[in-house]
Design a protein around this ligand. Structure first.
Ligand SMILES: O=C(CO)[C@H](O)[C@H](O)COP(=O)(O)O
Length: 229
């Protein structure tokens, strides 16, 4: 069963604690925090204080996606804030292996995030230092964008590499993960779904309703229920 991770940049920023509480009641697998610096991506969102503030209210893993230049400067800051997993963009750090190792040295899961146009071969010499790969299926920076179709093949290619090598690495997909795209990203091999405005945070639906519908949809695709198992 694929894991559900609400993208909290899409939540009601004035009531984040309430959203996390309601999502926890409906069962989610991780929370996805998009951290942006206005340089690597043309936007600003969340920071370490927000993560630190929410940390005491949930035991669900906090997945921090650093969409920032030179993320190696801030690994300790986000680890101290309460991250359980941190992903860094291969495009944003010169010493990728060292940066991943520094995340693992803090006892956290280390992820590599790749923009849609970044080839998979940047992973060639870091396979043994990666716990998950974040495949961006939109260009990072904004919610509510359109899925980039060629990334479907990229998911399948990554899955094949991981299987061939016999590695225990999860594939996370991020960007326009919707009722239209979920069946295909799962078929291609995605394990973790970052759920934003396309599936969970809907103007015409309560969070509770949207989450129940998403669980039901995933169950209908896989034929088994994680909640009931
Ligand atoms: O990474 C992101 C933006 O860069 C967001 O997590 C994601 O795009 C949010 O989901 P949606 O596309 O469904 O609004």
């Amino acid at each position: 069963m694929a894991k559900i991770g609400p993208s909290l940049m899409c939540a009601d920023m004035g009531n984040l604690k309430d959203s996390v509480n309601r999502l926890d009641n409906g069962k989610v697998d991780f929370y996805h925090f998009d951290v942006m610096d206005g340089s690597f991506v043309p936007n600003f969102t969340m920071g370490p204080d927000m993560i630190k503030t929410l940390r005491p209210y949930s035991a669900t893993p906090f997945d921090v996606h650093l969409m920032i230049q030179e993320p190696e400067r801030y690994i300790d800051l986000f680890a101290d804030a309460g991250a359980d997993m941190i992903s860094v963009h291969a495009e944003a750090t010169i010493h990728l292996q060292r940066t991943l190792q520094s995340i693992r040295n803090r006892g956290l899961k280390a992820g590599v995030a790749l923009n849609p146009s970044t080839p998979l071969n940047v992973l060639d010499y870091v396979w043994d230092t990666v716990d998950y790969v974040v495949l961006m299926t939109v260009n990072p920076g904004f919610a509510g964008q359109k899925f980039i179709p060629l990334t479907f093949d990229k998911i399948a290619q990554l899955k094949e590499l991981i299987t061939q090598k016999g590695l225990d690495i999860e594939i996370q997909v991020d960007g326009n993960i919707s009722y239209d795209t979920i069946p295909k990203v799962l078929e291609k091999g995605a394990d973790m779904l970052v759920c934003g405005t396309s599936s969970l945070f809907k103007k015409d639906k309560s969070l509770e309703q949207a989450l129940v519908e998403l669980h039901d949809f995933l169950n209908s695709l896989t034929g088994k229920s994680k909640i009931n198992s």
